[in-house]
Design a protein around this ligand. Structure first.
Ligand code: FES
Length: 166
């Protein structure tokens, strides 16, 4: 009798232990399924430090699958209403897709040139030649110190977007 009880207890405890481990594993699995993928989290907001950019040498970062051009302007480059001013520096922030048919223009000396149909954009992102119908588009961003956060609509973005519409 005592032997049977012990055996029954052992089976009960074993079943409970297996069920507990299975339940915990299921919860972990469900949490992983519900949480946004790391790529989605990274795709929402992109933080870029502008302070280290070299004037006249644009960089391209990726935001939500799009190339974003970031240029610290040299003193010789024209001032434009869409300049992002941080301290004494002026920057061009633009979505790096040609506004004609969406090719990615390449930086050549002091302008972005689109190899597809010869479109050109100056250092402010304004179309200066060829078929592009409008300047390079402006991505939403906010400014945090000397960094920008792509994906947030801060006051600087709103001001520049309004200036581009005028
Ligand atoms: S896609 Fe750039 S000029 Fe046509």
């Amino acid at each position: 009798m005592s032997n049977q009880t012990n055996r029954r207890d052992f089976l009960g405890y074993s079943f409970a232990a297996v069920a507990a481990v299975g339940g915990a594993a299921s919860l972990v699995g469900m949490k992983q399924a519900w949480d946004p993928l790391p790529s989605v989290l990274a795709g929402g907001f992109t933080n870029v430090e502008l302070g280290s950019l070299k004037a006249g040498n644009p960089v391209t970062v990726s935001w939500r699958g799009k190339p974003i051009f970031l240029l610290k302007k040299t003193a010789e480059m024209e001032e434009a209403p869409r300049d992002l001013i941080i301290g004494s520096d002026r920057f061009t922030v633009a979505i790096g897709l040609c506004t004609h048919l969406g090719c990615i223009p390449a930086w050549k000396k002091d302008m972005w040139k689109c190899a597809c149909h010869g479109g050109e954009f100056n250092a402010s992102g304004t179309q200066t030649f060829g078929p592009p119908p409008r300047p390079l588009d402006l991505p939403p961003f906010s400014v945090k110190g000397t960094s920008i956060v792509l994906g947030e609509e801060g006051p600087e973005y709103k001001k520049i977007a309004a200036a581009m519409m005028a």
